[in-house]
Design a protein around this ligand. Structure first.
Ligand code: 13P
Ligand code: SF4
Length: 302
């Protein structure tokens, strides 16, 4: 089957089944093009909570599909490749979080959405790259356990008066971007604006003109009069950047800015899951109920 036939079949089946395809910006270009909504973690959570579709095909990683199932427990949520997990989410285990909470009984737990449903269930509130600081500031607590991204936690800690207790997790894709990578790119493109994701190390974010999540980066390139951007995030974002502002130049400062698990979902598998309605992502009722509270609280922060 060629690409056009595949696209047509997916489109047809999606309509017949009342399904919606959600895709993160780090997905392969052909998946982004087949999706009903391409977005950052926040926009995808919002759409998962609000859609009228009966079936959600989640082209992202497992925690995103779990989030969709937590927010819409009556819908069928399909993940094209069951191996598509987020290595950072796996760095936080619910039992360890419970033990840390016992050590700091007055602290609130803010969990990045890149966590398992079980970790969300042990959290007071969730956050994404788009609202981490806002979420921390929305709480009455003076001490915050920030889980699991130590880099994003440091980014927040530098901008709040609250005490932030860091979890030692990280996204390997963003964490291995170095200050030298940025300096070398700046030397080659001295007029380019530097924007990096808050999942990057502090010595990298220090060199940036802007520290933004994926959606923030897209907004910046559309609003800015600059013509060239050094982009410190996963390379999949280039597809949306070129679609938004095709005349501008995007420089990825390292060839290793690729999340291998985000790339596991293939368009052929999207068609297969629509045909078989498997594999489904579900969350046990007790965890779903508790995790939902943390997600709903985040969605209410404006
Ligand atoms: P955002 O798109 O929310 O910035 O998330 C980045 C990410 O790493 C998702 O896995
Ligand atoms: Fe997880 Fe990083 Fe991949 Fe996002 S890019 S899914 S945070 S490993």
């Amino acid at each position: 089957m060629n690409l056009n036939q595949l696209r047509r079949q997916i489109y047809q089946l999606k309509k017949e089944r009342n399904a919606i395809i959600l895709a993160h910006y780090y997905q392969r270009p052909e998946i982004q093009d087949a999706a009903d909504l391409v977005g950052d973690s926040f926009a995808l959570s919002l759409e998962a909570a609000q859609t009228d579709a009966e079936i959600i095909v989640f082209c992202g990683v497992r925690f995103m599909a779990e989030t969709a199932s937590i927010l819409s427990p009556d819908k069928i949520v399909l993940l094209p490749d069951l191996e598509a997990c987020c290595p950072m989410a796996e760095m936080a285990v619910a039992e360890d979080l419970v033990a840390l909470k016992e050590k700091h009984p007055h602290a609130a737990v803010v969990s990045y959405v890149n966590t398992s449903a079980a970790v969300k269930a042990e959290s007071d509130i969730c956050c994404t790259s788009a609202n981490a600081l806002q979420v921390v500031e929305s709480l009455p607590h003076q001490t915050i356990i920030f889980c699991p991204d130590r880099n994003m936690g440091r980014y927040v800690a530098a901008r709040t008066k609250k005490e932030v207790i860091l979890w030692d997790g990280y996204c390997a894709t963003h964490d291995h971007l170095t200050a030298e990578d940025i300096l070398a790119a700046k030397q080659r493109h001295p007029r380019a604006v530097v924007m990096v994701h808050p999942e990057c190390r502090p010595e990298v974010t220090e060199l940036a003109d802007y520290i933004l999540g994926t959606r923030g980066m897209l907004e910046l390139v559309s609003q800015s009069s600059a013509n060239a951007f050094i982009v410190g995030t996963e390379a999949g974002l280039s597809h949306a950047l070129y679609k938004a502002e095709p005349e501008k130049t995007y420089i990825f400062p390292s060839s290793r800015l690729i999340c291998p698990t985000m790339k596991l979902n293939a368009l052929e598998r999207v068609l297969e899951v629509l045909e078989t309605l498997e594999p489904r992502i579900t969350v046990p009722a007790d965890i779903q109920r508790r995790a939902r509270k943390a997600l709903d609280k985040m969605l209410a922060v404006r």
